[in-house]
Design a protein around this ligand. Structure first.
Ligand SMILES: CC(C)(COP(=O)(O)OP(=O)(O)OC[C@H]1O[C@@H](n2cnc3c(N)ncnc32)[C@H](O)[C@@H]1OP(=O)(O)O)[C@@H](O)C(=O)NCCC(=O)NCCS
Length: 252
C-alpha cells in the first residue's frame, strides 16, 4: 500500500518531487503559469512543507513514486463566500495573501496529485486522495477542496466544461475517470472554475512549448490542453485559459 509523507517529515525527498521525472509528465506549456511561482518557488515553498507530499512505497521508502501538493487558505471570510472562479491560480493567490497577512487558514485545497506511470491504473489515486483528506483533518481543517483537472477532457478541448462535467456513466457516475475517483471518495462537485489557470506568451514561446507552427489566428487545439489556445498572429501572442472543476471533500 502506498503512503503519503510530508516534505516537512521527509526533507530528503524535496528534490525528488521537483525532479524532471515528474515535470515531464505534464505538457510543457503547463509549467508556464506565472502564479505557480507563489507556491512552488523558494522562499514561498518553505511555508508549505506540511502540505507538500511525496508518495512512497514502504518497500522502497527512499524513492518518490508520486507527488501531491495542497495549500492551506482561509475559506468563507474576507468576501470569500464562494470558491474562486479562478480555481487553481485563485486559491494559490488567496493562500499567498493569507500568509502575508498572518491569517489562520481553515481549509485546504489540493493542487495536484501525480503518480509515475508505472503506479497508475490500479486504484492508487484513491489511496493518495484519502491520505490527503487525513492530513487535512490532522491539521485541523474541516474541508478539503480541489480544483480538479479532469484527465480525459484533453481529448475534446472544444467541449464546454459545464457540458463535460454533466456527462454520466450508466451507473450515474461522472464519465471522466478522475472525476469518478473524486465522486467515489464522497467528493461533491461545487462548480466549474472557468479561469483556473491563465498561461500567456508570445507566439515564439508558444511555438516552443507546443511544437506547432501557430500560423493562423483563432482557437487552436493543442495536445494536453482542456480548452483551445487563443492565438493572435496580429498581436504576436496567445493565451490559454484552463477550466477546472471545484470539488469539496470531507476530511478523515
Ligand atoms: C490522475 C491520476 C493520479 C489517477 O491515478 P490512477 O491511480 O492511475 O487512477 P486509478 O487507477 O485510481 O483509476 C481511476 C479511474 O481511471 C481509470 N483509468 C486509469 N487509467 C486510465 C486511462 N489510461 N484511460 C482512461 N481511464 C483510465 C480507471 O479505470 C479508473 O476508473 P474506474 O472508475 O472505471 O475504475 C494519474 O493518472 C496521474 O498521475 N495522472 C497524471 C497527472 C494528473 O493528471 N493528475 C490529475 C490532475 S492534478
Amino acid at each position: 500500500m502506498l503512503d503519503l509523507v510530508t516534505i516537512r517529515a521527509r526533507p530528503d525527498l524535496r528534490g525528488a518531487i521537483h525532479a524532471e521525472a515528474f515535470n515531464r509528465l505534464w505538457p510543457a506549456f503547463m509549467l508556464h503559469d506565472p502564479v505557480a511561482a507563489l507556491y512552488f518557488e523558494t522562499p514561498h515553498f518553505d511555508r508549505y512543507l506540511d502540505t507538500a507530499f511525496a508518495v512512497i512505497d514502504p518497500a522502497e521508502p527512499g524513492r518518490a513514486v508520486g507527488r501531491a501538493f495542497a495549500v492551506p487558505f482561509v475559506s468563507g471570510e474576507f468576501g470569500r463566500d464562494e470558491l474562486p472562479d479562478s480555481g487553481w491560480d485563485g486559491v494559490i493567490r488567496w493562500a499567498h495573501e493569507d500568509q502575508a497577512l498572518g491569517r489562520r487558514a481553515n481549509a485546504l485545497s489540493a493542487l495536484e496529485i501525480t503518480l509515475l506511470p508505472e503506479c497508475r491504473g490500479r486504484g492508487a489515486s484513491r489511496v493518495v486522495l484519502d491520505a490527503m483528506r487525513r492530513h487535512a483533518g490532522a491539521l485541523g481543517h474541516r474541508q478539503l477542496f480541489a480544483p480538479v483537472r479532469p484527465t480525459a477532457k484533453h481529448l475534446e478541448p472544444f467541449t464546454p466544461m459545464a457540458e463535460y462535467v454533466a456527462r454520466r456513466t450508466a451507473e450515474g457516475l461522472p464519465a471522466d475517470p478522475w472525476m469518478r475517483v473524486h465522486v467515489r471518495a464522497g467528493g461533491e462537485i461545487v462548480k466549474v472554475a472557468p479561469t483556473s489557470m491563465l498561461i500567456a506568451g508570445t507566439l515564439a514561446e508558444w511555438r516552443e512549448w507546443v511544437s506547432l507552427p501557430l500560423e493562423a489566428s483563432g482557437a487552436v487545439a493543442i495536445p494536453g490542453a482542456l480548452s483551445p489556445l487563443w492565438v493572435s498572429v496580429e498581436q504576436d501572442s496567445a493565451v490559454y485559459v484552463e477550466p477546472n472543476v471545484w470539488f469539496r471533500h470531507s476530511v478523515l
